[in-house]
Design a protein around this ligand. Structure first.
Ligand code: F3S
Length: 641
Protein backbone atom coordinates (compact mmCIF):
# COMPACT_ATOMS: atom_id res chain seq x y z
CA UNK A 1 0.00 0.00 0.00
CA UNK A 2 1.42 3.36 -1.02
CA UNK A 3 1.77 6.51 1.07
CA UNK A 4 0.05 9.86 0.82
CA UNK A 5 2.21 12.98 1.03
CA UNK A 6 1.05 13.51 4.59
CA UNK A 7 2.07 9.99 5.60
CA UNK A 8 5.46 10.40 3.91
CA UNK A 9 6.28 13.59 5.81
CA UNK A 10 4.99 12.22 9.10
CA UNK A 11 6.90 8.95 8.64
CA UNK A 12 10.16 10.80 7.98
CA UNK A 13 9.66 12.92 11.12
CA UNK A 14 8.17 10.31 13.44
CA UNK A 15 9.63 10.27 16.94
CA UNK A 16 6.99 8.22 18.69
CA UNK A 17 3.94 6.11 17.83
CA UNK A 18 2.73 4.50 14.61
CA UNK A 19 0.83 6.09 11.74
CA UNK A 20 -2.52 4.68 12.76
CA UNK A 21 -5.40 7.07 12.45
CA UNK A 22 -6.77 8.18 15.81
CA UNK A 23 -3.67 7.29 17.83
CA UNK A 24 -1.22 9.76 19.31
CA UNK A 25 2.04 10.34 17.47
CA UNK A 26 5.01 12.60 18.13
CA UNK A 27 6.94 14.25 15.30
CA UNK A 28 10.13 16.27 14.97
CA UNK A 29 9.62 19.91 14.00
CA UNK A 30 12.03 21.50 11.50
CA UNK A 31 10.84 25.11 11.48
CA UNK A 32 8.83 27.36 13.79
CA UNK A 33 7.33 30.79 13.32
CA UNK A 34 5.75 33.27 15.69
CA UNK A 35 4.08 36.60 15.12
CA UNK A 36 4.06 39.49 17.55
CA UNK A 37 0.53 39.01 18.90
CA UNK A 38 1.41 35.52 20.12
CA UNK A 39 5.20 35.67 19.98
CA UNK A 40 5.94 37.67 23.11
CA UNK A 41 4.20 35.07 25.23
CA UNK A 42 5.87 32.22 23.30
CA UNK A 43 9.31 33.72 23.91
CA UNK A 44 8.54 34.32 27.60
CA UNK A 45 7.55 30.66 27.79
CA UNK A 46 10.70 29.58 25.94
CA UNK A 47 12.78 31.64 28.35
CA UNK A 48 11.03 30.06 31.34
CA UNK A 49 12.18 26.64 30.11
CA UNK A 50 15.78 27.68 30.72
CA UNK A 51 17.11 26.51 27.33
CA UNK A 52 20.10 28.46 26.04
CA UNK A 53 19.54 28.17 22.24
CA UNK A 54 16.70 27.50 19.85
CA UNK A 55 17.10 23.96 18.54
CA UNK A 56 15.01 23.90 15.35
CA UNK A 57 16.61 24.07 11.87
CA UNK A 58 14.99 27.49 11.42
CA UNK A 59 12.92 29.82 13.55
CA UNK A 60 11.56 33.19 12.49
CA UNK A 61 9.99 35.86 14.71
CA UNK A 62 7.69 38.04 12.61
CA UNK A 63 6.29 41.47 13.43
CA UNK A 64 3.07 41.88 11.47
CA UNK A 65 0.03 42.09 13.75
CA UNK A 66 0.64 44.90 16.24
CA UNK A 67 2.34 47.36 13.96
CA UNK A 68 0.13 50.30 14.99
CA UNK A 69 2.08 52.18 17.64
CA UNK A 70 -0.34 54.51 19.39
CA UNK A 71 1.26 53.80 22.77
CA UNK A 72 4.43 52.23 24.13
CA UNK A 73 2.99 48.70 24.36
CA UNK A 74 3.62 47.38 20.86
CA UNK A 75 6.99 49.05 20.66
CA UNK A 76 7.94 47.39 23.98
CA UNK A 77 6.95 44.01 22.59
CA UNK A 78 8.85 44.50 19.34
CA UNK A 79 12.03 45.53 21.13
CA UNK A 80 11.78 42.55 23.45
CA UNK A 81 11.19 40.17 20.52
CA UNK A 82 14.12 41.58 18.55
CA UNK A 83 16.44 41.00 21.49
CA UNK A 84 15.12 37.49 22.13
CA UNK A 85 15.55 36.50 18.46
CA UNK A 86 19.11 37.80 18.37
CA UNK A 87 20.03 36.10 21.64
CA UNK A 88 18.40 32.71 21.22
CA UNK A 89 18.96 32.13 17.50
CA UNK A 90 15.89 33.21 15.51
CA UNK A 91 15.62 35.35 12.40
CA UNK A 92 13.68 38.56 13.03
CA UNK A 93 11.38 39.94 10.34
CA UNK A 94 10.89 43.61 11.14
CA UNK A 95 7.62 45.54 11.09
CA UNK A 96 6.89 46.47 7.48
CA UNK A 97 8.56 43.40 6.05
CA UNK A 98 5.22 41.72 5.62
CA UNK A 99 2.71 39.21 6.90
CA UNK A 100 4.42 36.15 8.34
CA UNK A 101 2.80 33.60 6.02
CA UNK A 102 3.47 35.57 2.85
CA UNK A 103 7.11 36.25 3.77
CA UNK A 104 7.66 32.67 4.86
CA UNK A 105 6.47 31.37 1.49
CA UNK A 106 8.75 33.78 -0.30
CA UNK A 107 11.92 33.46 1.74
CA UNK A 108 11.97 30.47 4.12
CA UNK A 109 9.52 27.64 3.39
CA UNK A 110 10.96 24.30 2.25
CA UNK A 111 8.95 21.44 0.68
CA UNK A 112 8.76 18.32 2.81
CA UNK A 113 9.65 20.06 6.09
CA UNK A 114 7.48 20.25 9.19
CA UNK A 115 6.58 23.57 10.73
CA UNK A 116 4.69 24.80 13.78
CA UNK A 117 3.49 28.37 13.99
CA UNK A 118 1.71 30.29 16.73
CA UNK A 119 -0.85 31.43 14.20
CA UNK A 120 -3.71 29.37 12.86
CA UNK A 121 -2.90 30.24 9.24
CA UNK A 122 0.54 28.66 9.46
CA UNK A 123 -1.17 26.17 7.13
CA UNK A 124 -0.45 28.63 4.30
CA UNK A 125 2.98 27.00 3.87
CA UNK A 126 1.17 23.84 2.75
CA UNK A 127 0.99 25.56 -0.64
CA UNK A 128 4.73 24.93 -0.86
CA UNK A 129 4.48 21.28 0.22
CA UNK A 130 5.24 21.81 3.93
CA UNK A 131 3.36 20.07 6.70
CA UNK A 132 2.62 23.26 8.59
CA UNK A 133 0.36 23.37 11.63
CA UNK A 134 -1.03 26.28 13.64
CA UNK A 135 -0.81 25.80 17.41
CA UNK A 136 -0.65 27.83 20.60
CA UNK A 137 2.53 29.73 21.46
CA UNK A 138 3.47 27.27 24.18
CA UNK A 139 3.58 24.36 21.72
CA UNK A 140 5.84 26.48 19.53
CA UNK A 141 8.06 27.32 22.50
CA UNK A 142 8.45 23.62 23.29
CA UNK A 143 9.36 22.89 19.65
CA UNK A 144 11.88 25.75 19.71
CA UNK A 145 13.43 23.97 22.67
CA UNK A 146 13.76 20.77 20.65
CA UNK A 147 10.62 19.09 21.99
CA UNK A 148 8.47 16.90 19.77
CA UNK A 149 5.01 17.91 18.66
CA UNK A 150 2.26 15.53 19.74
CA UNK A 151 -0.86 15.13 17.68
CA UNK A 152 -3.56 12.59 17.04
CA UNK A 153 -2.88 10.92 13.70
CA UNK A 154 -5.41 12.72 11.48
CA UNK A 155 -7.58 11.35 8.74
CA UNK A 156 -6.19 12.27 5.34
CA UNK A 157 -8.71 13.61 2.84
CA UNK A 158 -7.70 13.60 -0.82
CA UNK A 159 -9.17 16.74 -2.37
CA UNK A 160 -8.96 16.08 -6.11
CA UNK A 161 -9.08 19.14 -8.31
CA UNK A 162 -10.04 18.51 -11.92
CA UNK A 163 -9.82 20.70 -15.01
CA UNK A 164 -9.01 24.38 -14.81
CA UNK A 165 -10.65 27.55 -13.51
CA UNK A 166 -12.79 29.66 -15.86
CA UNK A 167 -11.95 33.37 -16.28
CA UNK A 168 -12.61 35.42 -13.09
CA UNK A 169 -12.81 32.29 -10.92
CA UNK A 170 -9.92 32.05 -8.49
CA UNK A 171 -8.19 29.96 -5.86
CA UNK A 172 -10.18 31.89 -3.24
CA UNK A 173 -13.39 30.70 -4.84
CA UNK A 174 -12.07 27.12 -4.72
CA UNK A 175 -11.43 27.25 -0.99
CA UNK A 176 -14.78 28.96 -0.41
CA UNK A 177 -16.35 26.01 -2.22
CA UNK A 178 -14.42 23.66 0.09
CA UNK A 179 -15.82 25.61 3.06
CA UNK A 180 -19.33 25.50 1.65
CA UNK A 181 -19.07 21.73 1.50
CA UNK A 182 -17.19 21.02 4.73
CA UNK A 183 -18.42 23.91 6.98
CA UNK A 184 -16.30 25.42 9.76
CA UNK A 185 -16.03 22.10 11.56
CA UNK A 186 -15.92 19.59 8.69
CA UNK A 187 -12.13 19.46 8.67
CA UNK A 188 -11.62 18.72 12.38
CA UNK A 189 -9.24 15.80 12.86
CA UNK A 190 -8.30 15.81 9.18
CA UNK A 191 -5.58 16.97 6.81
CA UNK A 192 -6.70 18.08 3.36
CA UNK A 193 -4.20 16.77 0.80
CA UNK A 194 -4.71 18.24 -2.66
CA UNK A 195 -4.15 16.32 -5.86
CA UNK A 196 -5.71 15.69 -9.27
CA UNK A 197 -4.84 17.03 -12.71
CA UNK A 198 -6.16 20.51 -11.81
CA UNK A 199 -3.36 21.35 -9.36
CA UNK A 200 -0.84 21.97 -12.13
CA UNK A 201 -2.95 24.94 -13.23
CA UNK A 202 -2.49 26.63 -9.82
CA UNK A 203 0.65 28.58 -8.90
CA UNK A 204 2.21 28.43 -5.42
CA UNK A 205 0.53 31.65 -4.20
CA UNK A 206 -2.83 30.32 -5.42
CA UNK A 207 -2.22 27.00 -3.68
CA UNK A 208 -1.27 28.97 -0.56
CA UNK A 209 -4.60 30.82 -0.64
CA UNK A 210 -6.30 27.43 -0.54
CA UNK A 211 -4.16 25.96 2.25
CA UNK A 212 -4.44 29.23 4.19
CA UNK A 213 -8.19 29.13 4.41
CA UNK A 214 -8.33 25.39 4.95
CA UNK A 215 -7.80 26.47 8.56
CA UNK A 216 -11.39 27.74 8.56
CA UNK A 217 -12.68 24.17 8.10
CA UNK A 218 -11.00 23.23 11.39
CA UNK A 219 -8.53 20.97 9.54
CA UNK A 220 -5.17 20.28 11.16
CA UNK A 221 -3.59 21.52 7.94
CA UNK A 222 -3.78 21.36 4.13
CA UNK A 223 -1.00 20.47 1.72
CA UNK A 224 -0.17 20.44 -1.99
CA UNK A 225 2.48 18.31 -3.70
CA UNK A 226 5.83 19.85 -4.52
CA UNK A 227 6.15 19.71 -8.31
CA UNK A 228 7.46 21.71 -11.26
CA UNK A 229 5.08 24.56 -10.35
CA UNK A 230 6.72 24.70 -6.91
CA UNK A 231 10.15 24.55 -8.48
CA UNK A 232 9.35 27.47 -10.79
CA UNK A 233 8.21 29.60 -7.83
CA UNK A 234 11.31 28.77 -5.79
CA UNK A 235 13.57 29.49 -8.77
CA UNK A 236 11.92 32.90 -9.13
CA UNK A 237 12.66 33.45 -5.43
CA UNK A 238 16.31 32.48 -5.97
CA UNK A 239 15.82 29.34 -3.87
CA UNK A 240 15.63 26.49 -6.37
CA UNK A 241 18.37 24.67 -4.45
CA UNK A 242 15.95 23.74 -1.65
CA UNK A 243 13.32 22.33 -4.02
CA UNK A 244 12.55 18.63 -3.86
CA UNK A 245 9.78 16.67 -5.47
CA UNK A 246 7.00 15.47 -3.22
CA UNK A 247 4.12 13.38 -4.53
CA UNK A 248 1.72 10.79 -3.22
CA UNK A 249 2.30 7.20 -4.33
CA UNK A 250 -0.05 6.15 -7.13
CA UNK A 251 -1.63 3.56 -4.82
CA UNK A 252 -1.88 5.85 -1.78
CA UNK A 253 -4.95 5.13 0.33
CA UNK A 254 -6.99 7.98 1.78
CA UNK A 255 -9.64 8.09 4.48
CA UNK A 256 -11.91 10.25 2.34
CA UNK A 257 -12.02 11.73 -1.15
CA UNK A 258 -13.50 15.05 -2.21
CA UNK A 259 -13.80 15.84 -5.93
CA UNK A 260 -13.98 19.41 -7.19
CA UNK A 261 -14.30 20.30 -10.85
CA UNK A 262 -12.51 23.61 -11.27
CA UNK A 263 -14.47 24.29 -14.46
CA UNK A 264 -17.63 24.60 -12.34
CA UNK A 265 -16.23 27.13 -9.87
CA UNK A 266 -17.85 30.57 -9.99
CA UNK A 267 -17.02 33.74 -8.03
CA UNK A 268 -18.10 33.02 -4.43
CA UNK A 269 -18.66 35.01 -1.24
CA UNK A 270 -18.69 33.96 2.42
CA UNK A 271 -21.58 36.05 3.74
CA UNK A 272 -21.83 37.52 7.26
CA UNK A 273 -20.94 36.23 9.83
CA UNK A 274 -19.20 32.93 9.14
CA UNK A 275 -16.60 31.75 6.60
CA UNK A 276 -18.81 28.79 5.68
CA UNK A 277 -21.88 30.87 4.88
CA UNK A 278 -20.85 30.62 1.25
CA UNK A 279 -22.95 31.52 -1.79
CA UNK A 280 -22.24 32.30 -5.42
CA UNK A 281 -21.74 36.04 -5.77
CA UNK A 282 -24.39 36.00 -8.48
CA UNK A 283 -26.87 34.63 -5.94
CA UNK A 284 -26.18 37.09 -3.10
CA UNK A 285 -27.87 40.10 -4.67
CA UNK A 286 -26.00 43.39 -4.96
CA UNK A 287 -25.79 45.04 -1.54
CA UNK A 288 -24.32 48.56 -1.50
CA UNK A 289 -20.75 48.52 -0.28
CA UNK A 290 -19.19 50.97 2.21
CA UNK A 291 -15.71 49.58 2.31
CA UNK A 292 -13.41 47.27 0.34
CA UNK A 293 -10.27 45.80 1.94
CA UNK A 294 -7.76 43.85 -0.13
CA UNK A 295 -4.93 42.15 1.73
CA UNK A 296 -4.37 39.64 4.58
CA UNK A 297 -2.39 36.41 4.55
CA UNK A 298 -5.03 34.85 2.29
CA UNK A 299 -4.87 37.22 -0.67
CA UNK A 300 -2.01 39.69 -0.76
CA UNK A 301 0.55 38.01 -3.02
CA UNK A 302 2.16 39.63 -6.03
CA UNK A 303 -0.17 37.65 -8.28
CA UNK A 304 -3.27 38.77 -6.34
CA UNK A 305 -2.35 42.43 -6.34
CA UNK A 306 -1.21 42.49 -9.97
CA UNK A 307 -4.64 41.16 -10.91
CA UNK A 308 -6.27 43.83 -8.76
CA UNK A 309 -4.12 46.51 -10.39
CA UNK A 310 -5.07 45.24 -13.84
CA UNK A 311 -8.78 45.46 -12.94
CA UNK A 312 -8.34 48.98 -11.53
CA UNK A 313 -6.18 50.35 -14.36
CA UNK A 314 -7.97 53.27 -15.98
CA UNK A 315 -11.02 52.93 -13.72
CA UNK A 316 -12.16 54.96 -10.71
CA UNK A 317 -13.25 53.76 -7.28
CA UNK A 318 -16.95 54.38 -6.56
CA UNK A 319 -17.43 57.55 -4.46
CA UNK A 320 -19.37 55.63 -1.79
CA UNK A 321 -16.53 53.16 -1.18
CA UNK A 322 -13.61 53.48 1.21
CA UNK A 323 -11.00 51.31 -0.49
CA UNK A 324 -7.75 50.09 1.08
CA UNK A 325 -5.06 47.69 -0.10
CA UNK A 326 -2.37 46.16 2.11
CA UNK A 327 0.39 44.35 0.16
CA UNK A 328 1.37 41.08 1.83
CA UNK A 329 5.07 41.76 1.89
CA UNK A 330 7.73 44.31 1.19
CA UNK A 331 8.73 42.21 -1.81
CA UNK A 332 5.22 42.50 -3.25
CA UNK A 333 5.07 46.23 -2.45
CA UNK A 334 8.43 46.94 -4.07
CA UNK A 335 7.53 45.04 -7.23
CA UNK A 336 4.19 46.85 -7.57
CA UNK A 337 6.04 50.14 -7.16
CA UNK A 338 8.71 49.26 -9.71
CA UNK A 339 6.40 48.06 -12.46
CA UNK A 340 3.84 50.86 -12.16
CA UNK A 341 0.94 48.75 -10.81
CA UNK A 342 0.99 50.77 -7.60
CA UNK A 343 0.29 53.91 -9.63
CA UNK A 344 -2.69 52.20 -11.26
CA UNK A 345 -4.09 51.43 -7.81
CA UNK A 346 -3.47 54.88 -6.38
CA UNK A 347 -4.83 56.66 -9.44
CA UNK A 348 -7.97 54.55 -9.25
CA UNK A 349 -8.49 55.84 -5.70
CA UNK A 350 -7.10 53.08 -3.47
CA UNK A 351 -5.44 53.94 -0.17
CA UNK A 352 -2.30 51.86 0.35
CA UNK A 353 -1.64 50.49 3.85
CA UNK A 354 1.61 49.09 5.16
CA UNK A 355 2.53 45.44 4.62
CA UNK A 356 0.88 43.92 7.69
CA UNK A 357 -2.27 42.21 8.95
CA UNK A 358 -3.93 45.56 9.70
CA UNK A 359 -7.70 45.51 9.13
CA UNK A 360 -7.87 41.70 9.24
CA UNK A 361 -7.14 41.72 12.96
CA UNK A 362 -9.13 44.89 13.65
CA UNK A 363 -6.03 47.11 13.67
CA UNK A 364 -7.60 50.09 11.98
CA UNK A 365 -10.07 50.51 9.12
CA UNK A 366 -13.20 49.54 11.06
CA UNK A 367 -16.20 49.94 8.73
CA UNK A 368 -19.06 52.33 9.57
CA UNK A 369 -21.97 51.26 11.81
CA UNK A 370 -24.23 48.80 9.98
CA UNK A 371 -21.78 49.06 7.07
CA UNK A 372 -21.02 46.46 4.43
CA UNK A 373 -17.35 45.60 4.05
CA UNK A 374 -16.01 43.44 1.22
CA UNK A 375 -12.75 41.81 2.23
CA UNK A 376 -10.27 39.27 0.89
CA UNK A 377 -9.53 37.97 4.42
CA UNK A 378 -10.29 34.56 5.78
CA UNK A 379 -12.59 35.42 8.70
CA UNK A 380 -15.77 37.45 8.98
CA UNK A 381 -16.88 36.75 12.52
CA UNK A 382 -19.16 39.39 13.96
CA UNK A 383 -17.15 42.28 15.35
CA UNK A 384 -13.70 41.06 14.24
CA UNK A 385 -13.45 43.99 11.82
CA UNK A 386 -13.90 46.42 14.73
CA UNK A 387 -17.59 47.29 14.13
CA UNK A 388 -20.06 44.88 15.72
CA UNK A 389 -22.98 45.97 13.53
CA UNK A 390 -21.08 45.68 10.24
CA UNK A 391 -21.45 42.79 7.79
CA UNK A 392 -18.29 41.40 6.18
CA UNK A 393 -18.28 39.40 2.93
CA UNK A 394 -15.16 37.37 2.10
CA UNK A 395 -14.33 37.25 -1.60
CA UNK A 396 -11.48 36.99 -4.10
CA UNK A 397 -9.30 40.03 -4.88
CA UNK A 398 -10.93 40.26 -8.32
CA UNK A 399 -14.44 40.34 -6.85
CA UNK A 400 -13.29 42.88 -4.24
CA UNK A 401 -11.83 45.11 -6.95
CA UNK A 402 -15.08 44.88 -8.93
CA UNK A 403 -17.03 45.96 -5.82
CA UNK A 404 -14.67 48.90 -5.30
CA UNK A 405 -15.44 50.15 -8.80
CA UNK A 406 -19.19 49.53 -8.91
CA UNK A 407 -20.02 50.32 -5.26
CA UNK A 408 -21.99 47.07 -4.98
CA UNK A 409 -21.11 43.46 -4.40
CA UNK A 410 -20.67 42.53 -8.04
CA UNK A 411 -19.97 39.38 -9.99
CA UNK A 412 -16.63 40.39 -11.59
CA UNK A 413 -17.54 38.64 -14.83
CA UNK A 414 -19.56 41.73 -15.77
CA UNK A 415 -16.24 43.56 -16.24
CA UNK A 416 -15.59 41.68 -19.50
CA UNK A 417 -12.21 40.31 -20.55
CA UNK A 418 -9.90 39.30 -17.70
CA UNK A 419 -6.37 40.65 -17.72
CA UNK A 420 -3.71 37.93 -17.88
CA UNK A 421 -1.18 37.99 -15.04
CA UNK A 422 1.38 35.30 -14.26
CA UNK A 423 4.17 34.57 -11.80
CA UNK A 424 7.30 36.47 -12.90
CA UNK A 425 10.53 34.70 -13.77
CA UNK A 426 12.23 36.42 -10.87
CA UNK A 427 10.96 38.24 -7.82
CA UNK A 428 12.59 41.30 -6.28
CA UNK A 429 14.81 39.86 -3.56
CA UNK A 430 16.04 42.02 -0.70
CA UNK A 431 16.25 40.45 2.75
CA UNK A 432 17.66 43.51 4.50
CA UNK A 433 14.58 43.75 6.75
CA UNK A 434 15.22 40.24 8.04
CA UNK A 435 17.79 40.28 10.81
CA UNK A 436 19.95 37.22 11.43
CA UNK A 437 20.62 36.00 14.99
CA UNK A 438 23.59 37.53 16.79
CA UNK A 439 26.93 35.80 16.32
CA UNK A 440 27.74 36.29 19.98
CA UNK A 441 24.57 35.93 22.03
CA UNK A 442 26.38 36.86 25.25
CA UNK A 443 26.51 40.52 24.25
CA UNK A 444 22.78 40.77 23.50
CA UNK A 445 20.79 42.67 26.14
CA UNK A 446 17.07 41.93 26.38
CA UNK A 447 14.99 45.08 26.88
CA UNK A 448 11.84 44.62 28.94
CA UNK A 449 9.56 47.63 28.86
CA UNK A 450 6.63 47.94 31.26
CA UNK A 451 4.33 46.04 28.86
CA UNK A 452 6.38 42.85 29.33
CA UNK A 453 4.82 41.25 32.39
CA UNK A 454 5.84 37.98 33.97
CA UNK A 455 4.16 34.77 32.99
CA UNK A 456 1.21 33.50 35.06
CA UNK A 457 1.76 29.87 36.00
CA UNK A 458 -1.11 27.56 36.98
CA UNK A 459 -1.16 25.36 40.06
CA UNK A 460 -1.36 21.56 39.66
CA UNK A 461 -4.91 20.58 38.79
CA UNK A 462 -7.12 19.84 41.85
CA UNK A 463 -8.87 16.53 42.45
CA UNK A 464 -12.23 18.16 43.22
CA UNK A 465 -13.85 21.28 41.86
CA UNK A 466 -17.02 23.08 42.86
CA UNK A 467 -17.91 26.33 41.18
CA UNK A 468 -20.54 28.24 39.27
CA UNK A 469 -21.17 28.24 35.53
CA UNK A 470 -19.94 31.77 34.88
CA UNK A 471 -21.25 31.97 31.32
CA UNK A 472 -23.33 29.81 28.98
CA UNK A 473 -22.68 30.36 25.27
CA UNK A 474 -24.01 28.80 22.06
CA UNK A 475 -22.39 27.04 19.08
CA UNK A 476 -19.33 28.16 17.10
CA UNK A 477 -18.00 30.55 19.74
CA UNK A 478 -14.71 31.87 18.37
CA UNK A 479 -11.51 32.87 20.10
CA UNK A 480 -12.45 36.42 19.02
CA UNK A 481 -15.50 36.13 21.30
CA UNK A 482 -13.46 34.74 24.19
CA UNK A 483 -10.43 37.01 23.86
CA UNK A 484 -11.09 39.82 21.40
CA UNK A 485 -8.35 41.39 19.28
CA UNK A 486 -8.42 44.91 17.86
CA UNK A 487 -6.37 48.03 18.45
CA UNK A 488 -7.39 48.34 22.12
CA UNK A 489 -6.74 44.82 23.33
CA UNK A 490 -4.01 43.43 21.05
CA UNK A 491 -1.22 45.56 22.52
CA UNK A 492 -1.83 43.87 25.88
CA UNK A 493 -0.86 40.43 24.64
CA UNK A 494 2.20 40.26 26.91
CA UNK A 495 0.32 41.65 29.91
CA UNK A 496 -2.13 38.96 31.02
CA UNK A 497 -3.61 40.80 34.04
CA UNK A 498 -4.61 43.71 31.75
CA UNK A 499 -5.69 41.38 28.95
CA UNK A 500 -7.91 39.33 31.29
CA UNK A 501 -10.11 42.39 31.84
CA UNK A 502 -11.47 41.84 28.31
CA UNK A 503 -12.38 38.14 28.42
CA UNK A 504 -15.78 37.57 26.77
CA UNK A 505 -16.22 41.36 26.43
CA UNK A 506 -18.06 41.05 23.06
CA UNK A 507 -20.48 38.47 24.53
CA UNK A 508 -21.03 39.53 28.15
CA UNK A 509 -19.04 42.43 29.61
CA UNK A 510 -19.98 41.43 33.19
CA UNK A 511 -18.23 38.05 32.88
CA UNK A 512 -14.93 39.28 34.30
CA UNK A 513 -16.56 40.72 37.41
CA UNK A 514 -18.41 37.45 38.07
CA UNK A 515 -15.21 35.46 37.57
CA UNK A 516 -13.29 37.65 39.99
CA UNK A 517 -15.98 37.26 42.63
CA UNK A 518 -16.25 33.49 42.20
CA UNK A 519 -12.45 32.91 42.05
CA UNK A 520 -13.13 29.39 40.64
CA UNK A 521 -15.54 28.85 37.76
CA UNK A 522 -16.75 26.89 34.77
CA UNK A 523 -17.55 27.92 31.18
CA UNK A 524 -20.41 26.20 29.35
CA UNK A 525 -20.10 26.04 25.54
CA UNK A 526 -21.97 24.56 22.58
CA UNK A 527 -20.58 22.93 19.43
CA UNK A 528 -17.16 23.82 18.00
CA UNK A 529 -16.22 25.91 21.05
CA UNK A 530 -13.06 27.97 20.47
CA UNK A 531 -12.95 27.93 16.67
CA UNK A 532 -10.85 30.52 14.88
CA UNK A 533 -7.40 31.73 15.76
CA UNK A 534 -4.64 29.94 17.62
CA UNK A 535 -4.44 32.62 20.29
CA UNK A 536 -3.55 30.92 23.53
CA UNK A 537 -4.69 34.05 25.38
CA UNK A 538 -8.21 32.64 25.00
CA UNK A 539 -7.07 29.96 27.46
CA UNK A 540 -4.40 31.85 29.38
CA UNK A 541 -6.58 34.81 30.40
CA UNK A 542 -9.51 32.60 31.55
CA UNK A 543 -6.96 30.52 33.51
CA UNK A 544 -5.77 33.74 35.16
CA UNK A 545 -9.40 34.47 36.10
CA UNK A 546 -9.79 31.09 37.82
CA UNK A 547 -11.57 29.06 35.13
CA UNK A 548 -10.93 25.39 35.83
CA UNK A 549 -13.28 23.59 33.45
CA UNK A 550 -14.78 24.29 30.04
CA UNK A 551 -17.77 22.04 29.47
CA UNK A 552 -18.92 22.01 25.82
CA UNK A 553 -20.66 19.88 23.22
CA UNK A 554 -17.51 19.81 21.04
CA UNK A 555 -14.22 21.74 20.83
CA UNK A 556 -12.09 23.23 18.06
CA UNK A 557 -8.70 21.48 17.96
CA UNK A 558 -6.24 24.26 18.70
CA UNK A 559 -8.31 25.76 21.48
CA UNK A 560 -8.79 22.42 23.20
CA UNK A 561 -5.01 21.87 23.16
CA UNK A 562 -4.48 25.39 24.48
CA UNK A 563 -6.88 24.78 27.38
CA UNK A 564 -4.93 21.68 28.40
CA UNK A 565 -1.63 23.52 27.95
CA UNK A 566 -2.78 26.10 30.47
CA UNK A 567 -4.27 23.75 33.02
CA UNK A 568 -7.96 24.06 32.14
CA UNK A 569 -9.92 20.82 31.79
CA UNK A 570 -11.91 20.59 28.51
CA UNK A 571 -14.81 18.12 28.83
CA UNK A 572 -17.68 17.24 26.53
CA UNK A 573 -21.17 16.15 27.51
CA UNK A 574 -21.56 12.37 27.24
CA UNK A 575 -25.13 13.13 26.19
CA UNK A 576 -25.28 16.58 24.52
CA UNK A 577 -28.95 17.09 25.49
CA UNK A 578 -27.70 17.74 29.04
CA UNK A 579 -26.44 21.09 27.73
CA UNK A 580 -30.05 22.35 27.85
CA UNK A 581 -30.43 21.38 31.52
CA UNK A 582 -27.52 23.47 32.79
CA UNK A 583 -27.80 27.24 33.06
CA UNK A 584 -25.52 30.15 33.84
CA UNK A 585 -25.24 30.51 37.62
CA UNK A 586 -25.74 26.79 38.36
CA UNK A 587 -23.16 25.47 40.79
CA UNK A 588 -21.48 22.29 39.55
CA UNK A 589 -19.40 19.87 41.57
CA UNK A 590 -16.95 17.30 40.21
CA UNK A 591 -15.08 14.84 42.40
CA UNK A 592 -12.54 12.12 41.83
CA UNK A 593 -11.15 13.96 38.82
CA UNK A 594 -7.61 12.52 38.82
CA UNK A 595 -8.69 8.89 38.91
CA UNK A 596 -11.37 9.37 36.24
CA UNK A 597 -8.97 11.11 33.88
CA UNK A 598 -6.22 8.54 34.37
CA UNK A 599 -8.59 5.63 33.78
CA UNK A 600 -10.39 7.39 30.90
CA UNK A 601 -13.71 7.18 32.74
CA UNK A 602 -16.63 9.56 32.45
CA UNK A 603 -16.70 12.30 35.06
CA UNK A 604 -19.84 12.55 37.14
CA UNK A 605 -20.89 16.17 37.45
CA UNK A 606 -23.40 17.15 40.08
CA UNK A 607 -25.60 20.14 39.37
CA UNK A 608 -26.04 21.31 42.97
CA UNK A 609 -28.44 24.08 42.02
CA UNK A 610 -30.91 21.82 40.19
CA UNK A 611 -29.99 18.65 42.01
CA UNK A 612 -29.21 16.17 39.25
CA UNK A 613 -26.12 14.35 38.06
CA UNK A 614 -24.87 14.07 34.49
CA UNK A 615 -21.81 12.66 32.79
CA UNK A 616 -19.04 14.28 30.82
CA UNK A 617 -16.00 12.90 29.07
CA UNK A 618 -12.49 14.26 28.75
CA UNK A 619 -11.07 13.08 25.44
CA UNK A 620 -7.43 13.37 26.32
CA UNK A 621 -4.39 11.19 25.74
CA UNK A 622 -2.53 9.95 28.81
CA UNK A 623 0.17 12.52 28.06
CA UNK A 624 -2.40 15.32 28.01
CA UNK A 625 -3.77 14.08 31.33
CA UNK A 626 -0.29 14.39 32.82
CA UNK A 627 0.08 17.89 31.38
CA UNK A 628 -3.23 18.96 32.91
CA UNK A 629 -2.37 17.43 36.29
CA UNK A 630 0.89 19.35 36.29
CA UNK A 631 -1.02 22.60 35.80
CA UNK A 632 -0.11 22.94 32.12
CA UNK A 633 2.57 22.28 29.55
CA UNK A 634 5.12 24.69 30.95
CA UNK A 635 5.06 23.01 34.37
CA UNK A 636 5.09 19.60 32.68
CA UNK A 637 8.01 20.40 30.37
CA UNK A 638 10.16 22.01 33.02
CA UNK A 639 9.29 19.43 35.69
CA UNK A 640 7.81 22.21 37.80
CA UNK A 641 4.93 20.30 39.46
FE1 F3S B 1 -2.74 38.33 9.98
FE2 F3S B 1 -5.31 38.10 9.48
FE3 F3S B 1 -3.63 36.36 8.55
S1 F3S B 1 -4.41 38.68 11.41
S2 F3S B 1 -1.92 36.30 9.94
S3 F3S B 1 -3.71 38.51 8.02
S4 F3S B 1 -5.63 35.93 9.45
Amino acid sequence: MGYSIVQKILASHLVNGVLKQGTEIAIRIDQTITQDATGTMAYLQFEAMGISKIKTELTVSYIDHNTLQTGFENADDHKFLQGMAAKYGAFFSRAGNGICHQVHLERFGIPGKTMLGSDSHTTTAGGLGMLAVGVGGLDVAVAMGGGSFYLTMPKVVNVRLHGSLPPWSTAKDVVLEVLRRLTVKGGVGKVLEYGGDGIKTLSVPERATITNMGAETGATTSIFPSDEVTRYFLRAQGREDIWRELAADHDAVYNEVLDIDLNDIEPMAACPHSPDNVKKVSAVGSPDVDQVVIGSCTNSSYLDLMRVAAVLKGRTVHPGVNFVIAPGSRQVYAMLAKNGALADMVLAGARILECACGPCIGMGQAPPSNGISIRTNNRNFKGRCGTASAGVYLVSPETAAAAAITGKLTDPRVLGAIPLVEIPESFCIDDSNILAPAENSLVVEITRGPNIKSLPIAEPFPGEIAGPVLIKVGDNITTDHIMPAGAKVLPLRSNIPAMAEHVFAPVDPSFVQRAKEAKVGIILGGDNYGQGSSREHAALAPMYLGIKIVLAKTFARIHKDNLINFGILPVTFTDPVEYDRVEQGDVLEVNNIHACLKDQLDLEIKNKTRNFVFKAHAQMTSRQVEILMAGGLLNFTSGRQ
